[in-house]
Design a protein around this ligand. Structure first.
Ligand code: TRP
Length: 335
């Protein structure tokens, strides 16, 4: 029996090579082995972009195009838009009774994000919204609305899956029925190492302007690599230092990933190479690697992307209705 798998992306910007190696490529395996769903999390994106709906609207298409360009098959992976499934919002309300505010405040991912968004939530989080604090509850509803068993994610999402499991267990204790309402979902961690930002900051991120996007032109990609942070050295040295320079390590790792090499072998191959020719080679090889993805992306028509999302949302709507019938029966509110 195929397992039900669900993951999601926030449409707050187009996807970059960190997403590619961290999750998009493994989705191709997931869609073969599972009943696979990829959700465009527009409602979640609104929790910290509530005043930028146009940006989210535009990026719904961008990130779906990124997924399709990588080679995901919409016959196998069901793509859908979160806001098209009102049952997710309904389930969020029922789940919200099963979570304490204190637990949400302690969620490590939420805590980090609040600290990062001082302009939005204030120096001490004094302007934190109810919606943002509660997004893990909504994420639990994303996962359970299709009764997902597996959730492929990066390690930053582990607290969300843990929160989902706690809600599911509490739901089952509070509203017991024979055979549980939901499966207890597990996280499936991607084994790809994390790529950091080209400016050396901890993550490649849309908001930090330190990312190479799948949709970037080859020229733009080369320019970004050319100006990427290095260190005070001038050439690549074999990997002997247990704490290598992170920005060089990151560039060599990108090189290793596109050549399907171990990082240590990439360092060996590049040993002695000056930074500037290395960057030129990396840009050329990365552009070659990305070229079929970019070509496919160019060919995708907005109408086709809309069709994929409409068909997927329709399919999920059916499943969501089934789930809510089970939920309401268990909760004894099936009047
Ligand atoms: N929180 C995820 C992120 O920021 C996106 C997301 C929303 C998600 N709903 C989900 C991931 C459900 C997995 C399952 O990347």
């Amino acid at each position: 029996m195929k397992k039900v798998s669900l993951t999601g992306d926030r449409p707050s910007g187009p996807l970059h090579i960190g997403h590619l190696f961290g999750s998009l490529l493994s989705r191709k395996e997931t869609e073969i082995e599972n009943e696979s769903y990829v959700m465009v999390a527009d409602v979640q994106a609104l929790t910290d972009h509530f005043d930028q709906p146009e940006k989210i609207r535009e990026n719904i298409y961008e990130i779906t195009a990124d997924n399709l360009a990588v080679g995901l098959n919409p016959e196998k992976t069901t793509f859908f838009i979160q806001s098209k499934i009102p049952q997710i919002a309904e389930l969020t309300v029922f789940f919200s009774n099963l979570v304490t505010v204190n637990t949400l405040k302690r969620n490590p991912t939420v805590k980090t994000e609040i600290a990062e968004k001082k302009d939005l939530f204030g120096q001490e989080g004094e302007s934190l919204t109810y919606g943002f604090l509660g997004y893990p509850v909504s994420q639990a509803a994303d996962i359970t609305i299709v009764r997902a068993e597996v959730v492929p994610v990066g390690s930053d999402q582990l607290p969300m899956i843990e929160q989902t499991r706690e809600i599911v267990e509490k739901f089952h204790r509070t509203y017991p029925i024979k055979g549980n309402t939901f499966p207890l979902p597990i996280a499936k961690l991607s084994d790809a190492p994390k790529i950091i930002g080209l400016d050396g900051s901890a993550k490649m991120s849309k908001s930090l302007n330190n990312a190479i996007y799948l949709k970037d032109t080859p020229e733009k990609t080369a320019e970004k690599i050319k100006t990427a942070k290095t260190d005070s050295g001038s050439s690549i040295k074999e990997l002997t230092d247990p704490n290598p320079s992170p920005s060089i390590y990151n560039l060599v790792r990108i090189y290793a990933l596109i050549h399907n090499q171990k990082i240590i072998d990439a360092y060996k191959e590049l040993d002695g190479m000056k930074y500037s020719p290395f960057k030129e080679k990396l840009a050329k090889d990365l552009n070659n690697y990305l070229s079929p993805i970019r070509e496919r992306r160019e060919e995708l028509k907005p109408d086709y992307i809309k069709e994929v999302l409409d068909a997927g949302s329709k399919k999920v709507l059916k499943k969501a209705e089934e789930t809510m019938a089970l939920v309401k029966k268990a909760m004894r509110i099936d009047y």
